[in-house]
Each structure stands twice: as structure tokens, then as C-alpha cells.
Design a protein around this ligand. Structure first.
Ligand SMILES: [Zn+2]
Ligand SMILES: [Zn+2]
Length: 109
């Protein structure tokens, strides 16, 4: 009986791992072939019809993490409270005005 439970649990983990790896490889593949695929599908080459482009400066978060000698304090501060932006070592991204993305210039034409 114990062996049966263990086997089903292992099967569950295996399926989960397979699904996870499939998702990861799919997203990797997507970024790999995306541009040629998008153009063949008639999708926007810049954004893939998302109508927006993630900000490359802040990686879509809208916040720039301050790096320097206070890196340790930065890490602790981020864990403690995200709401205190005034005292947070992260500053809002000026590139995208803290939105984290731009509207796609190709789609807004
Ligand atoms: Zn930004
Ligand atoms: Zn677009």
C-alpha cells in the first residue's frame, strides 16, 4: 500500500516537472522564433499584438533598483515594505514614468 502511494506521488511530481520544463522550453522557443513567427502570422513584430513593450531600463517593473554600497540594506528594505516608496531605495523609472511599459509605436500608428 505504501509503495502504491509513493509511486503515484512520484508520477505526480514527474508530470509536474514535465509540465514545468515544457512551459519553460516553450517560452524560450517563443522568444527564439518569435519575430519570424509573428510576421508570418501577421502579428506585430515589436510587441506580438500585446500593444505594449516592456521598458528595457526597469525590466517592466517601473522601478529602478539603486545599486551601491547599501545593497544589503536595499535587500532588507524591499522585503519589509513595498508601500513606503518615499523611503524605499528603489526609485521610479524615469524612462517609462514608472509604468514599466510603453504603448507599442508600431501598433499606435
Ligand atoms: Zn522603465
Ligand atoms: Zn505592436
Amino acid at each position: 500500500m505504501f509503495e502504491n502511494i509513493t509511486a503515484s506521488e512520484i508520477a505526480g511530481y514527474t508530470v509536474g516537472a514535465l509540465l514545468l520544463s515544457a512551459t519553460i522550453s516553450a517560452s524560450k522557443l517563443d522568444s527564439f522564433v518569435s519575430i519570424s513567427q509573428r510576421s508570418s502570422l501577421g502579428m506585430c513584430k515589436r510587441c506580438g499584438d500585446l500593444k505594449m513593450i516592456a521598458c528595457s531600463k526597469c525590466k517592466g517593473s517601473g522601478l529602478i533598483k539603486q545599486r551601491g554600497p547599501f545593497d544589503f540594506i536595499t535587500a532588507v528594505g524591499e522585503k519589509q515594505d513595498f508601500g513606503l516608496k518615499a523611503t524605499s531605495p528603489s526609485s521610479s523609472c524615469m524612462n517609462c514614468r514608472a509604468r514599466g511599459h510603453f504603448s507599442c509605436p508600431e501598433c499606435s500608428k
